[in-house]
Ligand binder design. Structure first.
Ligand code: ZN
Length: 181
């Protein structure tokens, strides 16, 4: 019974559409690519100047039809890896994967290594795929933190602006007070 539940769940995750704002158009056949998580088994991580690049295979003509970059690539990669880690061959001990991330010198190195080989996600060894999943999750967290820090800095700048106004006000008040008999 748990196996049936698991395969139903895996099927559900696999049928989920990619959470992109706009579905990409296939460069080969011109079709709107309605990519689901399970289609990402054929996606390839490639080096990109702006970080991550993910080449998607078109569900219609089955050729590589679109390149996702940045946040889209990252989100799609996470979705695909989540699906693949649920499939039978993807189950693997998490410690092995964590060690693999450490062995290659951290999450960024691992992502770069995989991207350089330009393999499909499906053809990665299960523990390497899990390691990649961890690395991408970790990097997403770091980027989220950086975004929040930037926000905090911007808020601090605004607060500084208000503070200087307050100081000016205080000086004005002091001048007024000093002027009083
Ligand atoms: Zn196509």
């Amino acid at each position: 019974m748990p196996n049936i539940a698991r395969s139903i769940y895996t099927g559900m995750v696999g049928r989920r559409r990619l959470g992109l704002l706009e579905p990409p158009i296939c460069e080969r056949c011109g079709a709107v690519m309605r990519v689901k998580a399970r289609h990402l088994a054929h996606a390839r991580l490639v080096p990109e100047s702006q970080g991550l690049g993910l080449i998607l295979r078109c569900p219609n003509c089955r050729s590589e039809g679109a390149l996702l970059v940045g946040r889209d690539a990252q989100a799609a990669l996470q979705q695909g890896l989540t699906y693949l880690s649920l499939t039978r061959r993807g189950r693997q001990r998490a410690e092995d994967a964590a060690r693999l991330v450490e062995d290659v010198g951290g999450p960024d190195r691992l992502i770069r290594d995989v991207a350089r080989r330009e393999l499909t996600l499906r053809s990665l060894a299960p523990e390497r795929r899990l390691a990649l999943e961890m690395a991408v999750d970790e990097r997403a967290e770091v980027e989220e933190l950086e975004r929040r820090w930037k926000e905090a800095e911007e808020l601090a700048d605004i607060a500084d602006g208000m503070l200087s106004t307050t100081t000016e006000l205080e000086e004005e008040l002091r001048r007024l007070k000093d002027g009083l008999p």
